[in-house]
Structures are given as C-alpha cells and as structure tokens.
Design a protein around this ligand. Structure first.
Ligand code: TMP
Length: 206
C-alpha cells in the first residue's frame, strides 16, 4: 500500500464549486491513514510567491487583466510551487495531492479564455519541469449546482459569468476525454459517496 503511492503525483481538478478542495482533503486523509507519507498543496498558492500571485489573480479590482497576463501568472505560480514544494516532496518519496494544476489553465485560459488548449500545453512544456501528473481526476458537476455553491462575494475568476464557466466545464471534459492519465468522476451524490469514487479511482490506477 505504502509503496504503490510513493512518489505519485495526483491532481483533483474541475470547475468552480465542484468540491475538489473537500475531496483533496479527504483523499489526503485517507492516504495518511493508510500509512502513505503525503503532501498536499493548492495551485495557485502553496508558496509565499504563489500566494501573492493568487491574490493578484483573484482580486476583483484587477478587472483589466488580459487573458495572456492571467495565463502567465498562473504558470509562474505553478513553476514556483513545483520547485519549492512538489519536486522536493516527490523526491522524498511522498505522494503529492494537488488541488488544481495545468488542467485548470487548459480549461480556463485555454478553452474558455480562447487562448487554445494546445497553446497552453506548449507554453507549459517550456515553463515547467514536469507538465502532467500521474493521475488527474476531473470532478464534473452540473452548472446550476456549481453556481449555487459559489461564494456571495465572487472573486475575479468567479465574476467571469455563466457562459465563461459553461465553457470551462466543456474545456475540462474535452481535455480529460482525449488524454492519458485522466479520469472524470461525476459529483452528483453525497460528499462521502464522491470520496469513495475518488479513492476507488486512485486505487485502481496504481
Ligand atoms: P480555487 O479557488 O478553486 O483554488 O481556484 C482559484 C481560481 O483560479 C478558480 O476560479 C480557478 C482559477 N484558475 C484558473 O483560471 N487557471 C488556473 O490555471 C488555475 C490553477 C486556477
């Protein structure tokens, strides 16, 4: 059990309000309870530099931010997170659980933002030492359900509107369907039921 997860890089991703933060926490707890040394981070964030970049990205006062500036800031936060946290953790043999990763940039800036999924991946190949995790679980959610889960004070990304967020969901599905090491998990059902599906997916993969 311990060995099969050592050095594995697992990402939970999906549209805003899909429950990936809760599911990342549940997965991390399950791994730790199973004796697996685990490290978990959020992207963007997880480092001093990354948390500052996150604040710039999500601040509603920055409505003038261009799609390209947005793309580069997400990539910069990720490059820092890899160097400072993910890479050392994987080298120590830990299992790393990430709340979002490049899949988000593909769905948000690439597909919904119109920059192109393949262009985003090309940039990532130049910017990141490692592009893809061992497994990405995309949590798929009905748009009306996810809209109800959003906070009453939406951040700059949440303010982008319904059409944008519908495209984000399509972008995730398009990416996940065409790529190796991606699994889509539908999140209709209780938190516990989704948690079991996530654990089953992870167990089957490794
Ligand atoms: P979070 O609060 O779900 O962690 O994510 C912050 C916001 O940033 C969320 O609206 C999704 C968005 N995002 C992107 O647009 N591109 C990215 O590459 C990442 C990682 C997040």
């Amino acid at each position: 059990m311990k060995n099969k997860f050592a050095g594995k890089f697992i990402v939970l991703d999906g549209p805003d309000g899909c429950g990936k933060t809760t599911q990342s926490e549940l997965l991390t707890k399950w791994l730790e309870n199973s004796g697996v040394k685990t490290a978990s981070f959020r992207d963007p964030g997880g480092t001093a530099v990354g948390e500052q970049i996150r604040q710039i990205l999500l601040n509603p006062e920055h409505a003038a931010m261009s799609e390209r500036a947005e793309l580069l800031l997400y990539m910069a936060a990720r490059a820092q997170l890899w160097k400072e946290k993910i890479s050392p953790a994987l080298e120590m043999g830990k299992c790393v659980v990430l709340d979002r990763w490049l899949s988000s940039t593909c769905a948000y800036q690439g597909y919904a933002g119109g920059l192109g999924i393949e262009n985003v991946i090309k940039l990532a190949t130049d910017c990141l030492e490692r592009v893809w995790p061992d497994l990405t679980i995309v949590l798929d959610i009905d748009l009306d359900v996810s809209a109800r889960r959003l906070s009453s004070t939406p951040d700059r990304m949440e303010q982008k509107g319904k059409t944008y967020h519908a495209k984000v969901r399509d972008g995730f599905l398009k990416l996940a369907r065409g790529r190796e090491n991606f699994t889509i998990v539908n999140v209709s059902g209780s938190i516990e039921a989704v948690g079991e599906k996530v654990i089953e997916t992870v167990n089957k993969k490794f």
